[in-house]
Design a protein around this ligand. Structure first.
Ligand code: BGC
Length: 902
């Protein structure tokens, strides 16, 4: 083609693209119809490669921002090829037009899904007027291995490195590798690491279940000789924690299915024909760190043609008889890279790096030096005044990585099978003089997506929000952990349950908790008992009731936040067994056994009160779950039991003369108020006592542990004391969240106290971060409406507090974005609200307390005047006056309210 022809063609293509761009300026927008749905998810995941759910659930978000938009129907197409889907042929499932407002939790109901197959799907929706919209962009999901028999190989082990060579005669059209391990694995094919997961697979109750990952390895394979290499590490499977190790050595199970262009299939699986040798990872342990001797590297071990004659045959391992399940949650990944803030040299040869932020992960090292030089990195959260690292609170965790140089120019190192919780790194043994560029911080956690944001005019709140987010992420490592640094890092259920709501508001936790709840179920004993930690290592069976409640509570939060009915169905028997177990331990309907109670409290509350409160809570949740599932008999029976527990609770703990529960601590008063255990006529008195306790006895400070604090601010807010809740939230003297910030905290502490000695005092626990959900709810105003599962019905109700001029919150829910931003200046409150299509809302616009006449405008319309609703604004259907607020009923859309008054 001539140059001129080329440029003409370029111009024509450009013009046609421009026209196409113009025509499709709002892609997928059908005339008058609903916009094409977006944000497609299958089992909460975007284009998952390997799922093993026979009837996966679909989810989409209606992009339409029109007022009062509702989905009236949908159609899902699932096809066996992208081409069929393109032609609108749902050969695997065509739901047809389904009259329904559901846009999440839509259950697949087509042909049986086949192991290893990939399916392509899209969806369209009909709007309020009954117009059909365009189809969404195509999405896909791949099935994992559905049967045990799909795994042809056996569990094998070896000395760190495992390899297998095989030939492929021809072109590969499609290949999938399925990998799991007891311990951690790193998969390499033909010289490349596959995927970006680290510390995989997830930590599970290994005797019951291990999780495998599915990788699309089509492009990694080649015509001719190929090699698979796997590096194995011990992880939690082989490491003692709270007791002896569960397994002696790590083990691998591998299956690769390859489809060739000529229609033949090739299977490569783990067996004793694999070869093994020791690799450069000399030792590894989650608590202690990695020792890596680069001199022991085997160059090209993961490529074909490597001479492995001296390698031994892989050993057959027992592995686990547990289920092989697909890993269906955000993997652990390197999620961020941090540049150190400073490097100091407090002693000769000792360099201290400060990352300015406490986090979970490791350091990446760059070094040049002689062969055999030994560089040591030690990690800490704290530093002494002389500039040296303080590691007293790590207990027995060695928390160090050692790198031994091979001496070949620039060497880069990151550990393979460990992670640390730290802000500071001590570098010793460095050949030469290091610089800031010698280290980078690698942030490592389960890569959950951020879905919420909260920001307000009071800086301390933003700082607390910052430490909550970092603290939460540091404590997500395939299970929710208590801490990330010392010799613990366990799935303590109490910590998990108090923070689950906050986590769900800040991050997309749906797939993560779906997995964790299954872990809990796996840990449940036949009599219904569940342990303090899941997987069980620390604590006891049965769990302290305030810890065990993680099971019912997280299930219930999954229903509330994500509309997840399936998790209720799958766990109904387990929840019932747990409840019945608790009943066997209760006497006269009072459950008194307790180990930790309101853990880390400043003022002790009797454990029995805490346990019994949860007994009531769990019973009520079970009744509510039964109701959602249509089990009316159970719903009534457990509601009745809850009533009996309530009476017994009041008899056991309430003193009507003093208005106090048990010893009248903040926790003792707040928990019964939160759970509506307090008889209505006593509520004022009980709240009065709580108020006095906080304001007069403790000079507006919290004295609770991590259990009570979850309920303290919400009950104050609910009973008209938002200002007091706010004062507690923004307090900066001991004890308070602000106190930690004033002492330089960058993640939340385990204790209210500022301790830096050898005692129990982690500086990265998340459980006091439960206040985060109060930020979203009370200050940001984002609440679930009554029966508003998955934000189907929304209540927007921000609380005005003196001293706060504005706040802004948003949550990306399963139905789309909900947001509320408000500003207050004397005489005027402006409030911007977004309600996603397919949801409705009650929007409460607050007034100043002493306003008598108020007018509310929404955009250009007056919607409230002279004490009355003024109809006519699209999307707003009604309004009523409430105490110091006007409540509007609204459909979806963006609204800008301005309330003025005198
Ligand atoms: C953990 C806590 C946990 C507790 C149980 C501690 O060691 O770090 O957060 O809930 O034990 O009492």
């Amino acid at each position: 083609m001539h140059a001129s022809q080329k440029s003409l063609r370029f111009v024509l293509i450009s013009i046609s693209l421009l026209i196409a761009g113009f025509l499709f300026i709002t892609p997928g927008f059908a005339e008058n119809g609903a916009e094409a749905p977006g944000h497609l998810r299958c089992e909460y995941l975007t284009n998952p490669t390997g799922i093993d759910v026979p009837q996966p659930r679909f989810q989409w978000v209606l992009a339409n921002s029109r007022r009062g938009e509702m989905q009236t129907a949908y159609q899902v197409l699932v096809a066996s090829t992208p081409e069929k889907l393109e032609r609108d042929r749902g050969d695997v499932w065509d739901s047809g037009k389904v009259a329904s407002g559901d846009s999440a939790q839509v259950v697949y109901n087509g042909k049986p899904l086949v192991s290893g197959h990939t399916y392509y799907w899209k969806v369209r929706a009909w709007d309020t007027q009954g117009n059909s919209g365009a189809y969404s962009q195509p999405s896909r999901f791949g099935m994992g291995l559905l049967e045990r028999a799909d795994w042809k190989g056996q569990w094998i082990g070896g000395d760190g490195l495992l390899r297998k060579e095989f030939g492929l005669p021809g072109k590969v059209v499609r290949a999938r590798a399925y990998v799991t391990a007891l311990g951690y694995y790193e998969l390499h094919i033909n010289g490349k690491k596959i995927g970006d997961k680290v510390l995989d697979p997830a930590w599970t109750v290994y005797p019951k279940r291990v999780l495998y990952s599915t990788y699309d390895v089509t492009s990694a394979l080649q015509d001719g000789p190929n090699a698979v290499g796997v590096m194995l590490g011990g992880g939690w499977a082989t490491q003692g924690a709270g007791g002896p190790p569960e397994y002696k050595a790590p083990a691998l199970l591998f299956q690769m299915n390859i489809e060739m262009a000529d229609g033949k299939t090739v299977s490569v699986s783990s067996d004793t024909s694999w070869k093994t040798a020791a690799g450069p990872v000399v030792s590894d342990s989650v608590y202690d760190g990695d020792v890596y001797d680069a001199r022991l590297e085997k160059p090209d071990w993961d490529r074909p043609g490597f001479n492995d004659a001296a390698w031994a045959p892989a050993r057959q391992e027992k592995g686990t008889a547990g289920a092989l399940s697909a890993e269906m949650m955000p993997p652990i990944r390197v999620t961020d890279t941090l540049v150190p803030r400073s490097m100091t040299n407090p002693e000769p040869g000792v360099y201290i790096y400060d990352f300015g932020q406490n986090f979970a992960g490791w350091a990446r090292l760059r070094v040049r030096g002689p062969r055999g030089a030994k560089v040591r990195l030690r990690f800490s959260e704290l530093i002494y005044s002389n500039g040296m690292i303080n590691r007293q609170n790590l207990r027995s965790a060695k928390a160090r990585d050692i790198y031994i140089l091979k001496g070949s120019g620039l060497e880069k190192y990151e550990p393979h099978f460990t992670y640390h919780g730290f802000r500071y790194v001590e570098l010793t043994g460095y050949p030469g003089t290091p610089s800031l560029d010698t280290l980078r911080g690698r942030v490592v956690n389960s890569a959950v997506e951020a879905t919420g944001s909260f920001v307000a005019s009071k800086e301390i709140l933003n700082q607390i929000q910052h430490v909550i987010r970092w603290g939460q992420l540091s404590n997500l490592h395939s299970i929710p952990t208590d801490c990330d640094q010392r010799d613990e890092r366990q799935g303590w259920m109490g910590d998990a349950q108090v923070t689950a709501e906050e986590a769900m508001m800040n991050f997309d936790m749906a797939a993560f908790y779906t997995n964790f709840v299954r872990d809990i179920r796996d840990a449940q004993k036949p009599d219904g008992e569940i342990p303090d930690t899941v997987p069980y290592k620390y604590g006891r069976y049965p769990a302290d009731p305030a810890w065990g409640t993680a099971y019912p509570l997280i299930c219930w939060y999954m229903w509330q936040q994500y509309g997840d009915k399936r998790i209720l169905q799958e766990n109904y028997d387990g929840l019932k067994k747990y409840e019945e177990f608790l009943r066997t331990r209760a006497k006269d309907n009072v459950l008194r056994y307790s180990y930790y109670g309101d853990w880390i409290a400043i003022k002790h509350t009797p454990g029995a009160l805490v346990s019994d409160s949860y007994f009531y809570y769990d019973t009520r949740i079970l009744s509510d779950v039964a109701k959602v599932l249509g089990k009316t008999g159970d719903a009534e029976a457990y509601a009745k039991l809850a009533g009996e527990i309530k009476d017994a609770f009041n008899k056991a703990f309430f003193n009507a003369e003093t208005g106090e529960y048990a010893n009248g601590t903040q926790t003792a008063q707040a928990m019964p108020l939160f759970l509506d255990l307090v008889p209505q006529k006593e509520r004022g008195g009980v709240m009065g006592k709580l108020y006095n306790n906080i304001v007069y006895e403790h000079n507006t400070h919290v004295t609770t542990g991590f259990i009570g604090v979850k309920y303290l601010l919400p009950v104050l807010t609910r009973d008209g004391h938002s200002d007091l809740a706010y004062e507690l939230a923004t307090q900066t003297t001991y004890p308070s969240w602000g106190y930690m910030i004033s002492k330089g905290a960058t993640t939340l502490w385990e204790l209210w106290q500022d301790k830096i000695g050898p005692s129990m005092n982690s500086h990265d626990h998340i459980m006091l971060g439960s206040i985060g959900s109060w930020f979203y709810r009370a200050l940001g105003g984002i609440n679930l409406g009554a029966d508003g599962e998955g934000y189907r019905h929304i209540l927007v109700e921000p609380r005005l507090v003196e001293d706060l001029h504005w706040a802004s919150a948003s949550i990306e829910t399963v139905r789309g974005k909900v947001s509320c931003s408000w500003k207050h200046r004397t005489g005027a409150i402006s409030m911007e609200v977004t309600i996603p299509a397919n949801s409705d809302a009650r929007i409460v616009v607050p007034e100043e307390e002493d306003m008598t006449t108020v007018t509310v405008r929404e955009g250009d319309h007056v919607v409230w005047e002279n004490g009355k609703f003024v109809p006519g604004d699209p999307g707003i259907t009604a309004a009523t006056a409430r105490a110091s607020a006007i409540e509007f009923s609204a459909g979806s859309g963006y609204y800008h309210f301005l309330l003025t008054g005198e």
